[in-house]
Ligand binder design. Structure first.
Ligand code: ACO
Length: 334
């Protein structure tokens, strides 16, 4: 019998903060448009000398401290990211080297904004097969490095950030810093529909559009057909949550807090309407961070804990949607 727990959590958000008003000097936009269409008021940006792996390392060190587990005892390092420092080596290897979990298996996982939920599913499988394992799962993104700062339809939406979790089979005491108790991962599920991949892309310079010596092209930056992504996000987020709850014999009445992927407040409200979930049970922090992709869900858990919205006994539903398309949901019992 496996009982996977999140034993510790840590978050890191870069200091540099860009407001909507700041963006007005770059593109033809304004605070009113951005807030009314997205709910976003600010986002954070890595310093010039900082990489996504540095953000992930900071979050990882805090998660280890919260868990009371030493880096050398970690057996697996997974980084959910679609903005890695390099295509090779993986950001997970870089983080592993920096924190000192030498010898641990380390690899990146790319499911765009659903990356952290995918990571929970992968960690769940690892721990089911290897009960003594200790998995460090990091969601870390450097999206501001992959935005076209002349495209007002996308550059307003994203921010940088990282958050990490330590997962173990069984509980190892009360977390020391961030989590009020070590939640059990009661269930997790993920899916994808690759037929719709062109609706949201971030090119890598390794596809057939690129010949040696070519300059960077537009597809190096995030490109998105926002309206289509919006509709699909609402459908997928609602469906995967309903399915997960039904399979666990639960209803939304049984949920204390819903932490959805933080992409757009209107998407979150539409999902709340579909699920008939009151806004008091929905956690939102995208006003401060924008869309931090794979870091969004664990940053939400960290902030919800800091605000006292998660307590021992809380049942928390997580759900994400991203490029691919990918989607996923997970149920945590604190
Ligand atoms: N400021 C001012 N005006 C703008 C801006 C801006 N920043 N951006 C667009 N506009 C204009 C458009 O040019 C357009 O003008 P027009 O009517 O004269 O042509 C008008 O505003 C409406 O534009 P739309 O794109 O239709 O606006 P919409 O209401 O669809 O909102 C948005 C756009 C915010 C991108 C929305 O579609 C969205 O949030 N989509 C989903 C994003 C998402 O969920 N992503 C998750 C996955 S991300 C990942 O996986 C990495």
């Amino acid at each position: 019998m496996t009982a996977i727990h999140i034993q510790g959590l840590g978050t890191y958000v870069p200091t540099k903060r860009i407001t909507n008003v700041d963006l007005m000097s770059l593109v033809d936009t304004n605070d009113e448009w951005i807030v009314s269409r997205t709910g976003i008021k600010a986002r954070h940006m890595l310093a010039d000398d900082e990489n996504g792996s540095d953000a992930g390392t900071e979050a990882a060190l805090k998660a280890l401290e919260d868990a009371g587990i030493a880096a050398e005892d970690i057996t697996h390092v997974l980084t959910a990211t679609c903005t890695p420092d390099y295509l090779c080596p993986s950001t997970a290897c870089i983080i592993s080297g920096k924190i000192g979990s030498h010898g641990a298996m380390a690899f990146d996982l790319n499911a765009a904004c659903t990356g952290f939920v995918y990571g929970l599913d992968v960690a769940n499988s690892i721990l089911a097969g290897k009960p003594g394992a200790k998995v460090l799962l990091v969601g870390s993104e450097a999206f501001t490095r992959r935005l076209n700062w002349e495209d007002r339809t996308t550059c307003i939406l994203f921010g940088d950030g990282a958050a990490a979790a330590v997962l173990t089979n069984g509980e190892a005491g009360t977390p020391k810093r961030c989590l009020p108790s070590a939640p059990r991962l009661r269930d997790v599920r993920c899916g994808a529909d690759g037929r719709q991949y062109p609706l949201l892309t971030v090119g890598g310079g390794t596809n057939r559009n690129y010949k040696p010596g070519d300059p960077v092209q537009d597809d190096f930056y995030l490109q998105m057909q926002g309206r289509e992504v919006f509709k699909q996000a609402v459908r997928s987020l609602s469906a995967v949550c309903s399915e997960l709850l039904e399979d666990n014999g639960l209803t939304l009445e049984d949920i204390d807090l819903f932490i959805p992927h933080q992409a757009n407040l209107r998407i979150i409200e539409a999902v709340g309407d579909r699920l008939k979930l009151g806004s008091e049970k929905i956690f939102v922090n995208l006003d401060e961070y924008g869309n931090t992709s794979a870091a969004s869900i664990p940053l939400g858990i960290g902030d919800a804990c800091a605000q006292g919205r998660i307590r021992p006994g809380s049942r928390v539903l997580l759900s994400a949607f991203g490029g691919g398309f990918t989607w996923g949901a997970a149920l945590l019992e604190f």
